[in-house]
Design a binder for this molecule. Structure first.
Ligand SMILES: [Cu+2]
Length: 269
């Protein structure tokens, strides 16, 4: 009797979780970048794992019912079943190929930013985001953690002329981006691991102290979105947020011109 009840409960759990996946309130927020292919990957992953989840549990529920205890029945010990093993290896391999292969194509474009992308620096620290834009010369100056002090909070190398006209948005400031233009972020961390995440852009990347990580996307919807830290980075992790405003090229340029350059902020020119 217990075997039958267990099999029924198992079937109910599978049916319930499958229904919740489709009608539950946990969908993705509206897509606001070029990374629709990431959404397709999430759908492929959900479908493949759902098929495996249903199949494994259906077999398990059937076996629990079919081979439940009955007086006088004895279990048989089967050592090897080559036919069954072959089938399982082939079916599992096909499932894994469907699960992983499409992601390789998406990943290959994820790691190749377009040549005309606007390059920005993102600097993370406990518990805020800072940003640096290239100045009029279109080039980000060098920076290094060794140059960080009370005034030069991003560690811009003041010997590099390309850095003097850069625009630095200090920690806690707002990121502005022009709509429909590819952006490449160079991510740094000043203290511990953080992770740059804007759910609507469908991109997320760890920031690592002592190294530079990269990320690119094209924001394609104007609006204000939340920048989050997706790495548990200390006691203030929950409030490590910033806003990103996606706006027209004119609005973006107008805003950028109003921001002080590195040399103005540091009084180096
Ligand atoms: Cu963080």
């Amino acid at each position: 009797m217990e075997g039958i009840i267990l099999a029924i409960v198992l079937v109910l759990i599978v049916v319930g979780t499958t229904i919740i996946t489709f009608v539950g309130p946990w969908g993705l927020p509206e897509l606001a970048s070029n990374w629709g292919s990431i959404d397709s990957m999430i759908i492929v992953t959900t479908i493949v794992t759902m098929i495996a989840f249903i199949a494994v549990n259906a077999v398990m529920a059937y076996f629990i019912y079919r081979y439940r205890h009955r007086d006088g029945r004895r279990a048989v010990y089967l050592v090897n079943d080559h036919r069954l093993e072959k089938i399982l290896i082939i079916v599992t391999s096909i499932g894994i190929v469907f699960l992983l292969a499409p992601g390789l194509f998406v990943y290959s474009s994820f790691i190749q930013p377009p040549a005309d992308a606007l390059k920005l620096e993102v600097v993370s620290q406990q518990w805020a985001w800072a940003y640096r834009y290239p100045g009029a010369d279109g080039k980000l100056g060098r920076s290094n953690i060794r140059f960080i002090d009370a005034k030069n909070s991003l560690g811009v190398d003041l010997k590099d002329p390309a850095g003097q006209d850069d625009v630095a948005i200090s920690a806690g400031g707002t990121l502005h981006l022009p709509v429909n233009k590819p952006v490449e972020l160079e991510l740094r961390a000043k203290d511990v691991l953080h992770s740059f995440y804007v759910p609507q852009f469908r991109v997320k990347m760890d920031t690592v102290p002592g190294g530079i990580t990269r990320l690119w996307f094209t924001p394609n919807k104007a609006g204000t979105f939340e920048v989050l830290c997706a790495e548990l980075c200390g006691i203030g992790h929950y409030k490590m947020k910033s806003s990103v405003i996606v706006e027209s090229e004119e609005e973006f340029q107008k805003w950028l011109k109003q921001q002080p350059t590195v040399s103005q902020t540091l009084g180096t020119k």
